[in-house]
Design a protein around this ligand. Structure first.
Ligand SMILES: C[S@@+](CC[C@H](N)C(=O)[O-])C[C@H]1O[C@@H](n2cnc3c(N)ncnc32)[C@H](O)[C@@H]1O
Length: 594
């Protein structure tokens, strides 16, 4: 707020209060530029009020100032605000950092410390902050040297440096270890380095595995491998290095956990035996995995069934997800009632009845439940009991046990005997033999005035995936851990300019179950906008708009400022033709009954 004439004598508190009022009004009117300036004034004139800084960061984010928004929101988290403010700051920050990379120089030392501290927290989603941490590691920590060597001499040389007595200390930088042990790497260059790093550790003389730094690095790599389900290929040289296990039980456990067999990894009893020889924190890590396996086994038995699967295609898809539940997410749901993150805001107020069809491992259903509040009823339906057991485990972890998980085919949804204010099926219908039939059965369960949210693959956004599926078919690769690792190895090694390299841009490429879903699905349909329009017409549904990142919507609105333009599929078709990456994730949209 610029101080107008005659206001010079007003005290700072009054000025800050007025700036706050002005900011809130500007927010309500969608004038984020004015809101941003007003809240900056409130902070300048008044004391440090966490709400003011949160409002400033939110206005920056909504006004398209991504860099400043990330910095401001990190400052909010660093100031240890109350839970509600922290949650809102984290939600906005995480959404931004999943899509934007800021140069590492943009962060102050205090902000870097906040990244490291938040990354270690069990109640935050580690993935978005892990990506920020990696940027900082690459440019601002002693590990930057490994990346220089990597680019100059290749991954083996970089890894040899990192496990040498000189490099080890750099490699056990807090941020790098935090990244490795909490997030899943989704960067191709870093993966080549990490694969080589694991191999270099395996090739060390056994006595060196007792060295503190080598061991810390090894344990962090075990965490990384557990999170990506051992998606990395294993070379012959590594197999040879492993032929003689170390005599020391802890070093033996470390190597065994860096290179377990696929069967071993799912065997709670074998893992528990291995944990006996391990010291902390490796022991805790192994026992954590043992607990997860046992808990999911127990929870799977408790899940109610809708009806036996009779459709052959559904049974085929069920087998895929029984073996590889998707997605294998970790961390926490940070949404809370009142945080408008899921396009629910436009409906009548809660409580709602919501169905998440094809809920998978539950992230979507739990996030919706957190938003919809305790009075709402949320049902998660899925073919795969293993996926639902994962979902139930995560529901307990997130304190959201009120979600009802049901195993069954969405073709049988009428058997639930319920209608819903909202039905979501994201990433599901395109895996059915007849997507339209599935869609029809779901639409029949939408209550009057209710909405349906659908997510479908876009033909235009997936040429790289098509190239990978062709490669997999040509090579006859099976959807087994070995087959998936081999496909990933070939894609990682694809030369510049090869269409396959486009796959490296998909986060799902970097973990085993996710890569299977991305590249090896037994049924995959792709859609375009005319096909979506035709389906909506057939089903008597009215298109209500796409869910897209704010910056894409902003670009669309600049070209098409009329309010109703966002519901015009013809305009979107032209937009996608000009911007084929728009729906790289999926077409995610809402519709309601005509
Ligand atoms: C790619 S996952 C998506 C999971 C979740 N919607 C998400 O976005 O995180 C697809 C899920 O749909 C489920 N699914 C596929 N066909 C289904 C059907 N006919 N009935 C119920 N679930 C189905 C699968 O079992 C799988 O868990």
């Amino acid at each position: 707020m610029t101080t107008p004439e005659g206001q010079g004598r007003l005290d700072a508190g009054t000025l800050a209060g007025r700036a706050r009022e002005q900011g809130l009004k500007a927010f309500a009117a969608g004038r984020f530029d004015i809101a941003r300036r007003a809240f900056a004034d409130a902070l300048r004139f008044g004391p440090e009020v966490p709400f003011h800084r949160l409002a400033l960061g939110t206005a920056e984010a909504l006004g398209g100032q991504t860099g400043p928004a990330i910095a401001t929101l990190l400052d909010v988290l660093g100031s240890r605000p109350d839970k509600a403010i922290e949650t809102q700051a984290a939600l906005t920050l995480f959404a931004l950092t999943m899509r934007w990379r800021l140069p590492a120089e943009a962060f102050s030392p205090e902000q870097i410390a906040t990244v490291a501290a938040c990354l270690a927290r069990d109640d935050f989603d580690p993935q978005p902050l892990g990506l920020v941490a990696l940027e900082i590691v690459r440019a601002r920590t002693p590990m930057a040297r490994a990346y220089e060597i990597l680019r100059r001499e290749g991954p083996a040389a970089a890894a040899a440096w990192a496990v040498s007595s000189k490099g080890r200390k750099a490699a056990t930088d807090r941020l790098f270890l935090g990244f490795l042990s909490r997030a899943v790497n989704v960067d191709a260059e870093t993966e080549t380095f990490l694969i080589a790093l694991r191999a270099a550790l395996a090739a060390l003389p056994h006595v060196e595995l007792k060295d503190r730094h080598a061991r810390e690095l090894g344990v962090a790599l075990v965490s990384q491998c557990l999170a990506n389900e051992y998606a990395w290929p294993v070379s012959e040289a590594e197999r040879r290095a492993l032929a003689k296990p170390p005599a020391d039980p802890d070093a033996r456990a470390l190597l065994a956990m860096l290179y377990p067999s696929d069967a071993h990894l799912r065997d709670a009893e074998a893992l528990q035996r291995l944990a006996k020889g391990a010291n902390e924190p490796l022991k805790g890590l192994i026992l954590g995995r043992v607990r997860e396996i046992r808990e999911e086994r127990r929870l799977a038995a408790e899940i109610e069934s809708l009806a036996p699967l009779t459709d052959a295609s559904s049974a085929l898809v069920a087998r895929h997800y029984e073996e590889n539940p998707y997605p294998r997410w970790r961390g926490q749901i940070v949404a809370q009632p009142g945080v408008a993150a899921f396009g629910l805001g436009a409906q009548a107020p809660p409580p709602w009845k919501i169905l998440v069809a094809g809920t998978g491992t539950g992230r979507q259903a739990l996030a919706v439940a957190a938003f919809a509040g305790p009075e709402s009823e949320v049902v998660g339906l899925d073919l795969s009991r293993a996926s639902l057991a994962y979902a139930k485990r995560m529901a307990r972890h997130c304190g959201l046990e009120r979600v009802r998980f049901v195993q069954g085919d969405l073709l049988d949804v009428a058997r639930l005997g319920l209608t819903f204010d909202r039905i979501e099926a994201v990433g599901v219908l395109h895996h059915m033999k007849e997507p339209l039939e599935g869609w029809r059965r779901l639409a029949a369960c939408v209550a009057p005035g209710g909405v349906i949210k659908i997510g479908l693959y876009s033909q235009a956004a997936r040429p790289a995936i098509e190239a990978a599926r062709r490669l997999i078919a040509e090579r006859g690769l099976a959807p087994t851990p070995e087959g998936i690792r081999e496909a990933r190895r070939l894609i990682l090694a694809a030369p510049p300019g090869d269409a396959l390299r486009g796959v490296q841009a998909f986060a799902d490429f970097y973990a085993l179950s996710e890569a299977r879903d991305l590249l090896f699905h037994p049924i995959e349909h792709r859609f375009d906008i005319p096909a979506i329009r035709a389906a909506l017409e057939t089903l008597g549904l009215v298109f209500d708009g796409f869910e897209l990142p704010e910056e894409i919507l902003r670009g669309f609105r600049i070209s098409h400022p009329a309010a109703e333009a966002e519901r015009d599929l013809t305009l979107w078709q032209a937009w996608e033709a000009a911007h084929p990456e728009t729906f790289a994730g999926m077409y995610v949209f809402q519709a309601r009954r005509a």
